[in-house]
Write a protein that binds this ligand. Sequence first.
Ligand SMILES: [Fe+2]
Length: 232
Amino acid sequence: MTISSLTRRQALLGGATLIGLGATFLPRIARAESPAVLPPLPYADNALEPVISANTIGFHYGKHHRAYVDNLAKLIEGTDFVNQTLEDVVRTTQVNPNRTAIYNNAAQSWNHSFYWNSMRPGGGGAPSGSLAERIAADFKDIDGFRKEFTTAALGQFGSGWAWLIEDKEKKLRVMRTPNADTPMAQGIKCLLTIDVWEHAYYLDYQNRRPDYVAAWLDKLVNWDFAAKNLGA
Ligand SMILES: [Fe+2]
């Protein structure tokens, strides 16, 4: 690579030190973007109504998710974390008690992006194809999955998440995690998640978390996303 082949941004970031750092410089400029990025919602903010209102999405995505991303950007400014993927930031900070703030904001950034994609307008119902076969094999049937997922979502005391995951023995399982914790940090393959922090449902359902979880499974859950994550 020559200096003339660098983009203007890359040149501004590192052109002055290119000669001195040589080859070790190149991988650092090859990474396209910071891990602290707010991805666009995959649908309009009113697309999940009436199950989740535009008002809830406005606060949840526009305020809460954005705050996690903005906090992460401030926390990692000037550190090597800016050159890592968001997944790598989560994995490397979750075992380090000195990096709890970075872990919490990075994990919440990742969890929320995963959550938005775990829903779709006109979702719900049951999966098809090989994902349906895997659900039948590991939960008996879709109702068996639904019962376990609901128990996890309602049984999470306080804030957290319920998940459909594929464990390391290739078995589909339901998990729940408190606060910002995410199975992804442990290298577990995540298929779906529901956010059960109160900010996800309180404006629409107040304290009725069971109604939110039931409506989410009936009308929003995105089985296509789960199938894609499974590779099914
Ligand atoms: Fe949330």
